[in-house]
Write a new protein. Structure first.
Ligand code: SIN
Ligand code: MN
Length: 277
């Protein structure tokens, strides 16, 4: 998938691109069928909401789940980012955000690169998120909100929020957000399951809680230019990966056909089987 000159201009101006229904219902089903079993696992890669047992984020499924290992090599997700950076990319982070019906909590206003710089010492904002919707995203189930053009501000001052939600994040203060929204407004791309969004590492974004009866599961690939790999290994390796190998894409039909992929963490963190007594 090659970005058109109009898309490249739009990305430069707005800081994001939205591709409604880029994946088919059959492709999405392969992924959604796998999510309940992943969320049911007791392993540190499942970060739960602060209120209870509901999964907020599952990390690194591409290293232990066959369908997600293929998604991590999908050309529709990876090729546009390679094109934007003009070089190979590696997987800095892979997550399946739950935003579950009634329980899905907020994500405060932030820039992804703020966290990657402050926590991981990533040298430049040559990394970005590309996300696909596994459920329909509508106005009620906590859509991702962007301030268009905010990526042009570079890295903004941020404070480490370790209390609002169950996941620590470098967040931007309300005064700054108010000023930026007065200029750029807010957009919230909505659409069917299978829609894809890519957005600049400095684009300011957030999402509200999900009080609707509809889950809002989305998968985020955080892809980093290989030369821009992180320099500090402070966060767990399932949150900030240390393997800087360039991603080699599979063919475009990879979700619907079999392709060999490695699952190096398949048995990681599980208790060994009890010996029969
Ligand atoms: C994120 O910003 O990393 C996630 C936001 C969301 O899923 O709403
Ligand atoms: Mn983010």
């Amino acid at each position: 998938m090659k970005l058109t000159p109009a898309q490249l201009q739009q990305f430069d101006r707005e800081g994001y691109l939205f591709f409604p229904s880029l994946f088919t219902p059959a492709e999405i089903k392969v992924l959604t069928d796998e999510v309940p079993a992943l969320y049911a696992q007791r392993r540190p890669e499942n970060v739960r909401e602060k209120t209870g047992d509901v999964v907020r984020t599952n990390f690194a499924a591409h290293l232990y789940s066959y369908p997600f290992a293929k998604l991590a090599r999908h050309p529709r997700m990876v090729e546009p980012i390679k094109e934007l950076f003009g070089e190979d990319v590696y997987m800095h982070q892979f997550k399946i955000n739950g935003k579950q019906a009634f329980d899905g909590d907020v994500w405060q206003w932030h820039q992804d690169y703020g966290t990657w710089m402050n926590d991981d010492q990533m040298p430049a904002a040559r990394a970005m998120n590309v996300a696909i919707f596994l459920d329909e995203v509508n106005e009620f189930n906590g859509p991702l909100m962007f301030i268009p053009g905010s990526h042009k501000q570079g890295v903004l001052d941020a404070a480490h929020d370790t209390s609002t939600t169950s996941y620590p994040l470098w967040v931007i203060n309300h005064e700054t957000i108010t000023g930026m929204v007065a200029k750029g407004g807010i957009v919230a791309p909505k659409g069917p399951a299978g829609s894809m969004i890519l957005f600049h590492g400095c684009l300011v974004h957030a999402s509200t809680s999900n009080l609707s009866p509809w889950h809002r599961v989305s998968v985020y690939l955080s892809l980093c230019a290989v030369s821009n790999h992180i320099r500090r290994f402070k966060r767990p390796d399932y949150i900030a990966h240390r393997d800087f190998t360039p991603i080699r894409c599979l063919p475009d039909d990879c979700l619907l056909k079999h392709y060999d992929v490695t699952l190096p963490w398949k048995d990681r963190f599980f208790e060994p089987l009890q010996k029969a007594s």
